[in-house]
Design a protein around this ligand. Sequence first.
Ligand SMILES: Cc1cc2nc3c(=O)[nH]c(=O)nc-3n(C[C@H](O)[C@H](O)[C@H](O)COP(=O)(O)OP(=O)(O)OC[C@H]3O[C@@H](n4cnc5c(N)ncnc54)[C@H](O)[C@@H]3O)c2cc1C
Length: 376
Amino acid sequence: MRIVILGGGFGGLNAALLLGKALQSTPHEIVLLSDAPCFLFRPSLIWVPFNKRQIKEISFPLNEILQKVRVQFMQKRVVSILPKEKQILCENGTRLIYDYLIIATGAVPAWEQIEGLKGNTASVYNAHAALQTKRRVGEIKVGQPILIGVAQQNPSQGMAYEFLFELHAFLHERNVQCPITFFTYEKELFNHKGKKVTLILEKHMKEKQISHYSDVSITKVEPGCLQLSNGVSLPYSFSLILPPYKGAEFIFASPDLDHENGLLVTNKGLQSTQWENIYVVGDANAMKEYKSGRAAEVQGKIAARNILNRIQGHSRQQEYHPDMLYVMELGTDGGMFVIRYPGSREGTPYFEWAVDGYLPHLMKLAFEKYYSWKLS
Ligand SMILES: Cc1cc2nc3c(=O)[nH]c(=O)nc-3n(C[C@H](O)[C@H](O)[C@H](O)COP(=O)(O)OP(=O)(O)OC[C@H]3O[C@@H](n4cnc5c(N)ncnc54)[C@H](O)[C@@H]3O)c2cc1C
């Protein structure tokens, strides 16, 4: 039996580690395919523009990690999937056959969905973008207007808030005073994570004199000026705006895969609703939930266990239920820890709790250190 995992991020790597350990002394073959040679701990990209992390400190070679659990690593770019033939087509023409497939190839910015956005905003989405942003924040001058925001349909808003507070701290340290504005399409600041979260963020923005707008979308972007749906025009010299997401290019190039904007639909067991031997985890999944590394990790492990169960002849399939454990950096004020769990019974309210201060900042560091320890 051959299990192929596409993607070496939180979802794919955790699935591979679990399957590798469980199937080490069996004849089953596990292959992880990724177009990048390393696992990148993306939550720490938030620190790269401010010179608090170097890319090499947060990159871990997949080959070395996977060798330890006898998972084969192939650095290749997938260009298409042929689910009827159970085949994966790679860039150089290589074809790989699978019995089970886990798709964990994440999502990419859909810049084209908002005209004018591409090229007029910085990004921290990947290593290359974070390094470009590092150069640009170093060029910000006193008095230049700064705009940070979350465009409509972005499913991972936390990093915009983190960037906002980290940038404020960076400029404050250098005594570079600039008017900063924040906007989001969310009804209130980070509001679907509970009212307490919104109040904490409002307090920190007020203290730092950051003006903000919520429940707004972008209507027009031009170099140096952005218009919101409430009629407000915001000038900017530097901007970082999170765009909408879409799935990886190869999904669009796979005619037998039904998708929603490149994202794949699954049941609660993370099994494709279209192809029973395909599982989809993390940002690549069309599930409407907050997209995070932690969610991708949990989903990767569930998909791996569900495949294991099937190989071992059990019909049991574990279900994924979205929850939230999130740590957000708050610049000079440490961080904020957010918990949101479904009630114990169907229909009962969510348990929600949030706290800010230095301890949550230490928790974010611990998340990073845990991965560094686990992958070394
Ligand atoms: C700045 C920033 C801060 C964040 N902060 C947090 C945080 O504090 N906490 C948190 O939980 N989450 C955070 N996130 C979100 C988190 O990083 C993502 O949700 C997570 O990386 C998604 O994991 P994934 O495995 O689904 O996809 P990804 O991490 O995107 O991995 C996708 C993998 O697929 C590979 N791939 C893609 N296309 C192909 C192809 N065609 N062929 C072969 N391989 C391919 C890629 O190389 C990569 O290995 C942050 C993200 C950013 C950018």
